[in-house]
Every structure is written in structure tokens, then in C-alpha cells.
Design a binder for this molecule. Structure first.
Ligand code: SF4
Length: 287
């Protein structure tokens, strides 16, 4: 991915794919998305419902993807109707809602990459499953696959680059774009659910960027620091990025109470791991 390239999450049919529900394509900085998306560009990621697994196993678009780039997502209200063996065979990542909390450990320990999506729903359900999933990720000796968003947060800590929940949830203004089934342009799935649209696809870049939704999203980070909100002085800013500030600037106490202990636990585990590995390195290479 080159600087300035954009990541578009679009209905799969919009780029000529009938095998799944959504497709993610890279739109080069120099291209007009309205035109580029009609050229049926290759997908770098796909999202499908579990019922599609049989057909997906024979589909070239799915077979060409890197591990974890096929997301299998059951409805948040339904049981997961896919076996761990099927998901592992497709190197798929399973996207789970709070209803699927009892499946997290079983799937992850069977070698299925897991993503906890819609973090607000997870946070409001009950805090226990989030903490359980974090402990599984941090300390189960047999776990060999990532559990998101914790793995992404840990990677961000390792690179010291502040890979925040906002980036992991693909809500980065200017990088992440989403086209709805109805032809509306927005930033992310969460924005779509909130009815926050930039305009229609045919309106084009200049119109999208002059919309109120765009300006509010772009100014959001700056506003935290200009107004010295609690997020601006929060020790977990790099990991959270104010993701729990529902209206943009006011941190939600429910969110902070659930996530601050998780961020702290992850950070202390990371510090411990770094300390252990540097001790091991100095023993291996004395002097
Ligand atoms: S944990 Fe709460 S105060 Fe801290 S950055 Fe997140 S939303 Fe803001």
C-alpha cells in the first residue's frame, strides 16, 4: 500500500464478485473511486456469511487471499453454523458478536483466527467475555492464532506506533471508505449504522470531503486536544484513540470502566514480555 492509497469496503457485487457479501479493494491515490471501482479491481479481503463457505472453498478470489483476509461473519443474532475445520481450511478469520462469546475459546484453540467486532456491543453486553478473551490471548499456552482487537493493540505497542482501536476497526479518516448497498459513501460500518454519510458515490471526492460528517470526523482528534477532554490526558489514548467517546469528545464512563483495565493488563503483559525477552537476549549474548 502506497501513501495516500485508500481502502474501500464495498458490496462484493459492486466489483463483480458473487461469492460473498463485502469486498475490500485498494484504490490508488491517483484514481477516482467512482471510475476505479467499475474496473473490477482485485479484492484484498472479503467478508462472507457462513452459508457461503461451501462455495467459497472453490472460489479463486477467496483462495488467493492472505491468511485471515477472508472474514466469515455470522449474523449477530444467530448461532455460528460453520465448523472450526472448515474455517481453518479456508484460513478464514471468524467475526464474532457478543452472542458468540461461548465460542471464542473453542474456535481460537482449534486454530481459527478470531475477531471481536462491534466493540460497543461487546462492551455493553457484559465486561466478562472481553476480559476472558484477553486472558486467553495473553496466557493460554496452546493458542497459536491472533484474537483481535487484542493482537492489533499488542502489535501497536510493539512498534510504538499507537495502533489504536480506531485503526483496527478500520475507521481512519482519509484511509478508510465504505460504500453501502444503497450507494451511499461513508467512513466505516459504525458510521453507516449511525446514518453518518458523506454523500452518494456519484457526488465525488470534493463533495464527500466538504460534508459535515467528514469535517466532524477529521476534526475529532484535534478537538480532544484543543478542548483538553479526558481522552486527551488519558494514559490509554494511544491504544483507545478516544474510541469510547460516543459523540466525538465525551468519553463514555461505561466504555472507560470496561476498557481501561483491559488496556492496562495488555500493557503490563507487553512490558513483562519485552523485559523477559531482553533478559533472554543478554544471557544468550553476554558482553
Ligand atoms: S479509555 Fe476513555 S478516556 Fe481513555 S481514551 Fe478511551 S474513551 Fe477516552
Amino acid at each position: 500500500m502506497e501513501p495516500g492509497d485508500r481502502v474501500w469496503n464495498v458490496p462484493a457485487a459492486h466489483v463483480g464478485l458473487a461469492c460473498c457479501e463485502r469486498a475490500v479493494v485498494l484504490v490508488p491515490r491517483t484514481e477516482d473511486p467512482r471510475v476505479f471501482l467499475t474496473t473490477q479491481p482485485p479484492a484484498i479481503a472479503l467478508e462472507a456469511r457462513p452459508e457461503r463457505l461451501g462455495a467459497l472453498s472453490e472460489h479463486a478470489a477467496a483462495a488467493d487471499l492472505a491468511a485471515g483476509m477472508l472474514a466469515v461473519r455470522p449474523s449477530p443474532d444467530e448461532e455460528l453454523r460453520a465448523s472450526a475445520a472448515e474455517l481453518v481450511a479456508l484460513r478464514a478469520r471468524v467475526v464474532l458478536a457478543p452472542r458468540h462469546a461461548p465460542d471464542v475459546a473453542r474456535l481460537a484453540l482449534s486454530g481459527v483466527m478470531v475477531e471481536l467486532r462491534d466493540l460497543w456491543a461487546w462492551t455493553l453486553a457484559v465486561a466478562g467475555p472481553l476480559a476472558d478473551a484477553l486472558e486467553l490471548y495473553l496466557s493460554h499456552p496452546e493458542l497459536e492464532v491472533p484474537i483481535e482487537p487484542f493482537h492489533g493493540l499488542a502489535r501497536g505497542m510493539g512498534r510504538r506506533e499507537g495502533l489504536s482501536l480506531r485503526a483496527i476497526a478500520r475507521e481512519v479518516v482519509r484511509r478508510d471508505w465504505r460504500l453501502t448497498e444503497g450507494g451511499m459513501v461513508t467512513i466505516s460500518e459504525r458510521h453507516e449504522q449511525e446514518g453518518a454519510f458523506l454523500g452518494r458515490l456519484e457526488d465525488g471526492d470534493a463533495a464527500w470531503r466538504s460534508s459535515d460528517v467528514w469535517r466532524a470526523a477529521e476534526g475529532r482528534e484535534r478537538t480532544h486536544f484543543l478542548e483538553r477532554t479526558p481522552c486527551a490526558v488519558c494514559e490509554h489514548w494511544l491504544a483507545c484513540g478516544g474510541y469510547g467517546a460516543r459523540d466525538g469528545t465525551v468519553a463514555d464512563p461505561t466504555w472507560c470502566a470496561a476498557w481501561m483495565p483491559l488496556f492496562a493488563r495488555l500493557r503490563s503483559a507487553f512490558a513483562l514480555a519485552v523485559g523477559v525477552s531482553s533478559e533472554a537476549a543478554s544471557a544468550d549474548y553476554p558482553g
